[in-house]
Ligand binder design. Sequence first.
Ligand code: GLY
Ligand code: MN
Ligand code: MN
Length: 432
Amino acid sequence: MTAEYARRRRRLMQVIGERGMAILPAARERTRNRDTHYPFRQDSDFLYLTGFPEPDAVAVLMPGRPQGEYLLFCRERNPEREQWDGLRAGPEGACARFGADDAFPIDDIDDILPGLMEGRSCIHYTLGRDAAFDQRVVGWVRRLQEQSRSGLQAPWEILSLEHHLHEMRLFKGRTELGVMRRAAAITVDGHQRGMARCRPGWREFALAAEYTHEFMRHGAVHAYPPIVGGGANACILHYIDNAAPLKKNDLVLVDAGAELDGYAADVTRTFPVGGRFSGPQREIYACVLAAQAAAIAAVRPGADWNAPHEAAVRVLSEGLLALGILQGSLDEVLAAQSYRRYYMHRTGHWLGLDVHDVGDYKVDGQWRVLEPGMVLTVEPGLYLRPAEDLDPRFWNIGVRIEDDVVVTREGCEVLTAGAVKEVAEVEAVMRS
Ligand code: GLY
Ligand code: MN
Ligand code: MN
């Protein structure tokens, strides 16, 4: 992996050029309460370029610097703190194990970094993510500028690092796809376990625990707070209370994905708590499933980003018309977007180190064209909340079906295809 990180840094440095340098801070530890922290999660950009797992670190890339192009500031070794909080690489470890050309104690950064900036005209740094660190970067630049009368050449430009870096992250290489396949497989196992063990009367959190169990025993964590919504709760898009009892005749929607080595999976399955779909549940489910199939079929190189969404919307609208939930012609429904009352989100997003991963969706005002190596979710749904003008047999049915798909040269590969979703298969797993 060290070689892979080095390759990524080299590619980014080619873009930055010798007039520029890049500064990337690691994520901060966040206090949960008093002296307890949230589990540490490394910043995705920082992780992508360094693989360095600690907080209190700053990576600096200096293309063409003869003494070394990749510098890392990090915590020094400290036997006493390490006894309490765990081992640190220290500057020596940063060079020996993480490929830094040179490494310094993070406490010395104020003294060293302004000197490194001298002679570089452009700082590539993403402003606006960490206000306190922004202040420091601007402070370093100003300090140099104030000395410009004595002949120092200070940077005069701060450019966002995100554009080029995120363009790189959008295309997943072989190593990344390998990790994403494993995250997908663990997620599939979680959904299999949840579906097989779910029982009426369980609270939603008990079902959530089945996914957590499966993720954790494989060394993964949840990539995002899982959504486990029974009955009406399935119609709340970002429902994370996960505390209500699951009722036999309701559907339950579970949106849960594992994060492994920083890479996310993002999968939703919807199934009947009691093990068998009712008639109306099956009708809505079949409509979403058909929409998902149409959307996945639209994922191929050369298609534009919006093609899967358009395919899903068309099939969902046809279904809603056939069920009498919407009135009018298909063209009218599509033109007026009246399906949006029941389908109010988009059909997917990029997926990678972040569950809603980086990468532009439009280029020069046009939807982006799909290319091999891009990974996206395909996740149509229907959410039918009670209303006077809706047949009560459809009330509180919420269905989403979500898979993770990589664009290949021939078309696409569904990374999460192992999670069952055909009606008969779902009912069979629930009987097992
Ligand atoms: N789990 C978040 C999403 O599906 O986008
Ligand atoms: Mn998603
Ligand atoms: Mn999801």
